[in-house]
Design a binder for this molecule. Structure first.
Ligand code: PMP
Length: 332
């Protein structure tokens, strides 16, 4: 690696090129070898740095985003942090519509990063004027010289991962990867990374992770949006109550759904077993990997890459708080 050997001009140059770390104890009872792509090593501590930077720089190139402009976005928190960081370095104003499911730490962090934050209810329909989609749209409409990033419906979200995450994993695994396990929210990570990897080797299986309470798995299987699937759940950034066009469902072989409780325990297990302190969805990815293993998805030759999207420090008042875990009834 050549990075960090000289002076870095701005923090934005550190986006991407995250490490791939072998997992040991946590997967020892599963067939194959397992590796985690640690997206918390991005400067904004999540995979969202990649898409935020790619979308902003694309808008700059097309002349849509000029100095002094305002960036508007709907976000579960991580994209917001990335956009706020980029806005500071590049001199933009940042306004974010955030779901009330986002942890208080995430909201405080966004405010500390200079963003204007609007907290919106998570459990309303996307077309409801109170939803974070509609709030962001309304802010964009009334703010002159503003750009709406629109990560759920922006093809550039897929392209960012196609151009960076996919090639990195291919290179780091020396082409040995056989399975990719990815949490699906906007679907940008799974679609872009999966597409690139399948182009290198069509035998690679792309395994999606969805939440109990989300519509993605059922939509993948039936091609229909079934709102009966929708239930409140706690994991932030995973699953959806709508179908994002930033998900290319053709790239995904299969989905597994995971529960709030099992994902929380899995995250805690990662810490204890590997010394990696991951976010809630990383726990979901490990839990789904175990479920896939129990479905005999892997053999002794499998080279399985799990993407861990962000860092555990964002969830101190959630999965890493015994009080919160008790409130959810997850522990006694
Ligand atoms: N995990 C976390 C913590 C996230 O914030 C997100 C983004 N919503 C994801 C996973 C899912 O990534 P993607 O949006 O690329 O599907």
């Amino acid at each position: 690696m050549t990075r960090n050997q000289g002076i870095t001009n701005t923090i934005l140059e550190l986006v991407g090129e995250t490490p791939l770390v072998k997992l040991h104890k946590i997967t020892k009872n599963l067939q194959g070898s397992y590796y985690a792509k640690l997206e918390a090593f991005n400067p904004g501590h999540s995979a969202k740095d990649r898409i935020a930077l790619h979308i902003v720089e694309n808008a700059e190139k097309r002349g849509i985003l000029k100095k002094g402009a305002t960036i508007v976005e709907t976000t579960s928190g991580n994209t917001g942090f990335s956009l706020a960081m980029i806005s500071i370095v590049k001199g933009y104003k940042c306004i974010l519509a955030v779901s009330d499911k986002s942890s208080q730490d995430k909201i405080d962090m966004l405010k500390s990063m200079g963003a204007e934050v609007h907290v919106c209810p998570a459990n309303v329909a996307p077309e409801d004027p109170r939803s974070y989609y509609e709030v962001a749209k309304a802010i964009h409409k009334k703010t002159p010289n503003s750009v709406y990033i629109n990560q759920y419906f922006n093809e550039l979200n897929i392209e960012a991962h196609y151009k960076t995450t996919g090639p990195e994993i291919w290179k780091q695994s020396q082409g040995k990867i056989t399975h990719l396990v990815v949490a699906s929210g906007t679907g940008g990570t799974i679609s872009g990374t999966g597409k690139y990897l399948k182009e290198q080797n069509p035998n690679i299986k792309v395994l999606g992770v969805d939440a109990v309470g989300s519509v993605l798995k059922k939509y993948h299987e039936t091609g229909k949006l079934d709102l009966n699937e929708v239930k409140p759940y706690k994991i932030e950034g995973l699953g959806k109550n709508l179908i994002p066009t930033a998900t290319d469902f053709n790239v995904i072989d299969v989905y597994e759904k995971v529960s709030d409780k099992e994902a929380a325990f899995a995250a805690r297990e990662i810490v204890k077993a590997e010394g990696i302190f991951p976010g809630y969805t990383s726990g979901a990815v490990l839990q789904a990997t175990k479920q896939y293993a129990s479905l005999n998805m892997f053999s002794k030759d499998s080279f399985v890459v799990l993407i861990f999207p962000d860092h555990g420090s964002r969830y101190m008042n959630k999965i890493y708080s015994d009080v919160w875990m008790k409130e959810q009834g997850f522990i006694e």
